[in-house]
Design a protein around this ligand. Structure first.
Ligand code: GLC
Ligand code: GLC
Length: 811
């Protein structure tokens, strides 16, 4: 069942009922001011850091669900309704929500009144703009009262949700004309405030929640809206809010727009005050003035759309498949931008308080983002590298506002260091900007201990190399990519963190997955050395790689697939002798991507085992058989009920690894089949089962052992976005950025006869046509650049500004 449809021309998903299976959200903003906005105008805003600089409040496990947000109430006689249905849930006569790239438009109609609520965060400004347009389509005059309402958060979202003894005494606001300023803690150490405003003078306002909603009231039935109107309350402590009342009289056919804004302002310390106790509003007034100009809203929205068109213009496919084109050209890239910005911090499943930027997550997010804005990728790589320790290990997470590593989680996730090589590699291939390797970057955020990025990568490689276990495989530490495979944890106490309990470093537990990474990214490291003239170091690195590769084919090979790990007692995890958890997906994907066993047959055998044992109609499960009881020696993975999350859920992130692995063996039919199963556009038809947004990937789909097989969770913030884009753009469609140019090496279903790609690469534009006259799955037999035959599958780097035509003939 569908709850909407794709409008590809406008790059929108159009939702046609407010009762989606779950709130279906969008992200507004892509620089510093961010808003999560659902299809009923639920959500929240923050500046840079969803935990430390939260601007509005949101209650995740509230009921009714998704009732905090950016709601506007319309009172029309006895009827009170919202254009987006929530929170009053008054049944609209019609409803539509268009989620576009960086903007959302909600339209509702009730009793002849049409209301359109348009929302976006303009480029270059720290604010959310909301334009409400109401049109009177009834035969008679309409007198309407319009009430926008939002609830401020007292900045630190964690503290806001727990420290009530203090917080209920500190809230402060100022009201000035049509603007409401939220200035809690500005009197002391903060030099920022928020402002809510409208472009016309309201007839009333409230800033105290209990005045607007009522002490025992609710957003579904605010006392002010259902009663005598706004009261003019001034919040002192308790819960500061911004609510206004606007009276409109509309003749038949008449319409009116009101512009609302929610802005974030920082003042230099010396300029905090206009008068004792009165905040300096100059910057806020300038912001409001920018959008008071007629046409400013539309111009800013237009600019946003143009920016997105330009961003997406870097990679564009015309494949003849509507679904493939919309995933590749619009939604997958859009999600890559969002994961790059958010890491795993703020979604409808990530509270914004728990996790900051993840080291491994952000490194992987770069893979799907770097082609869009390489300069920002560069900056990110340097930020991440600065949270590496001198021994090459790394803080697992850091806060975006401070860019400092999170002590509470610390380090010990032994895959982390190698992801830095992966991210840097993607950047170098995309840009050819080798100067990044010479950038001086601190270790442990300490400028006194800075060294070049090249040195950071050396230590990444060196860390794994120096931490091998009894079988010559890398030690796993607290966990590897699979955060829930905690082989050194042995937790027996409820509530203990599986990731931070126990010794971070066991001398025995090893990871075949990290071994695969070491082979894959160790070869990259060796290549970097070679290109920098460090031939001896390159040779030496390659021989270390070969040793680990041999260990994988020896201790890491189970006979028909790659084993997953050895536990703290040296016992196999992910082997045929295990009673549960016999085969895991991760090492099959990573080891084959690393090329292990590709000549000797283990690679193909391992992928066949994946198909035989792990495949389901909704994607490939992470492991099988699922763990049915808690096993302290394996950790969190066995804590999940069978079929959920890492315990045999369909963890979407590593499905594209199988796509890449299959493609590396030339198996195009199978690669595409695996790609298609988890791709949202193909799941739209089963939205009632899948439940999350049909335009983005989710982290996890419940596996076949779960009662809710096929139900997705944790939409939006997942490494699935980046890896899926890599798998489809590089492995399937075969346009591969390389150090010396673009390689064209598609691996497609035999039935595909042609497709076209437009790729901007290092300033030149490549118009690529791929033909497949013989219906092969892999192999390019002829390649032409502007009509001239090329000797290999590599198109050399072209002059910036040039447009070239490329023709590739498969066969
Ligand atoms: C989550 C984490 C990621 C981890 C994965 C598997 O997606 O963000 O870091 O690799 O789970 O546990
Ligand atoms: C990853 C896993 C999740 C686990 C978390 C711990 O996100 O997906 O299951 O709880 O890591 O940080």
């Amino acid at each position: 069942m569908k709850f909407g449809y794709f409008d590809d021309d406008r790059k929108e998903y159009v939702i046609t009922t407010p009762r989606t299976p779950l709130p279906w959200i969008n992200y507004l903003g892509s620089e510093a001011f961010f808003v999560l906005c659902s299809n009923t105008a639920g959500g929240y805003a923050f500046y840079r850091d969803a935990r430390l600089r939260r601007i509005t409040r949101y209650r995740y496990n509230n009921a009714p669900l998704d009732s905090d947000g950016f709601h506007i109430y319309i009172r029309d006689g006895d009827t009170v309704w919202n254009p987006g249905w929530q929170p009053t849930q008054t049944e609209p006569d019609s409803y539509r929500c268009r989620h576009g790239l960086g903007y959302t438009v909600i339209e509702g109609e009730k009793n002849g009144v049409l209301a359109r609520q348009e929302m976006f965060v303009p480029r270059g400004d720290d604010c959310l703009l909301i334009r409400l347009t109401v049109r009177n389509g009834s035969g008679g005059e309409k007198r309407l009262s319009v009430f926008p309402y939002l609830e401020f958060c007292l900045w630190d979202a964690m503290d806001d949700a727990s420290n009530f003894q203090r917080n209920w005494s500190i809230g402060e606001v100022e009201i000035d004309g049509s603007a409401i300023y939220h200035k809690t803690e500005y009197r002391e150490r903060r030099d920022h405030y928020a402002v809510f405003w409208s472009d016309r003078t309201p007839e009333g306002f409230d800033t105290a929640r209990e005045a607007f909603l009522g002490v025992y009231g609710s957003p579904a039935r605010p006392e002010a809206v259902f009663g005598a109107g706004c009261t003019g309350s001034v919040a002192h402590g308790w819960q500061p809010v911004a609510a206004q009342q606007h009276e409109l009289t509309l003749a038949p056919g008449g319409s009116e727009s009101i512009l609302f804004g929610l802005g974030y302002i920082e003042n230099p310390r010396e300029e905090k005050w206009a008068a004792p106790g009165v905040i300096n509003k100059a910057r806020a007034e300038a912001m409001m003035a920018r959008y008071a100009v007629p046409g400013a809203f539309d111009a800013a929205l237009e600019r946003l759309k143009e920016d997105w068109a330009a961003l997406l213009g870097t990679f564009r496919v015309s494949s003849g498949s509507e679904k493939l084109d919309r995933m590749v050209n619009i939604w997958n890239q859009y999600q890559c931008m969002v994961t790059f910005n958010m890491s795993r911090s703020a979604s409808y499943f990530e509270s914004g308080m728990g996790r900051g930027m993840g080291f491994r997550d952000s490194c992987q997010d770069l893979l799907g983002f770097v082609h869009m804005i390489p300069e920002r990728a560069r900056e990110r790589i340097l930020d991440i590298a600065a949270t590496q320790f001198p021994d090459g290990s790394a803080y697992h997470q850091y806060q975006p506002l401070t860019k400092k590593g999170n002590l509470a989680v610390g380090s010990g996730f032994n895959d982390d260091p190698l992801w830095l090589i992966a991210g840097t590699d993607a950047y170098l291939r995309e840009t050819g900007d080798w100067s990044i390797l010479d950038e001086s970057v601190p270790f442990d955020n300490d400028p006194l201990r800075a060294d070049s990025l090249m040195e950071h990568l050396r230590r990444s490689f060196g860390f794994t190399r120096a931490h091998l276990g009894p079988h010559g495989l890398p030690l796993i530490g607290r966990a590897d990519w699979n955060d829930c495979l905690n082989l050194n944890c042995f937790s027996e106490q409820p509530g203990e963190s599986f990731q931070t309990t126990g010794p971070s470093e066991g001398p025995v537990a090893e990871s075949v997955f990290i071994a695969g990474m070491f082979v894959k990214y160790g070869r990259v490291w060796a290549e970097l050395c070679r290109r920098r003239g460090l031939a001896a170091e390159a040779e030496e690195a390659l021989s270390a790689v070969e040793q680990v590769e041999a260990a994988v084919l020896d201790a890491g090979w189970d006979g028909a697939w790659f084993r997953r790990a050895f536990d703290a007692f040296g016992r196999v995890v992910g082997g045929k002798e295990c009673d549960e958890g016999q085969i895991f997906i991760e090492p099959q994907g990573m080891c084959v991507m690393a090329g292990i066993g590709s000549r000797t047959g283990e690679a193909a055998r391992a992928l066949d085992s994946v198909r035989e044992r792990l495949d389901t109609e909704y994607g490939i499960v992470l492991l099988t058989p699922a763990y049915t009881r808690y096993r302290p020696e394996l950790g969190e993975i066995s804590s999940y009920p069978p079929g959920y999350k890492e315990n045999a859920g369909i963890f979407c992130h590593n499905n594209p690894w199988i796509v890449c692995a299959e493609a590396s063996l030339g198996r195009g039919d199978r690669a595409f089949e695996v790609y298609r199963r988890t791709a949202p556009a193909w799941l739209e038809e089963i939205s009632e089962i899948h439940r999350t947004e049909p335009y983005v990937y989710s982290q996890m789909i419940a596996g076949r052992d779960a009662p809710s097989f096929g139900e997705a969770k944790n939409s939006w913030l997942t490494g699935t976005a980046a890896w899926s884009f890599v798998s489809v753009s590089q492995a399937i469609l075969g346009v591969q950025p390389c150090f010396d140019g673009l390689r064209i090496d598609p691996c497609v279903p035999a039935a595909v006869r042609s497709f076209r790609i437009r790729r901007r690469f290092r300033g030149a534009l490549y118009l690529i046509e791929v033909e497949n006259p013989d219906g092969v799955q892999h192999g390019v037999k002829e390649l032409y650049l502007d009509g001239k035959a090329l000797p290999s599958a590599l198109i050399p780097v072209q002059e910036p500004g040039r447009t070239v035509r490329v023709r590739a003939v498969m066969g």
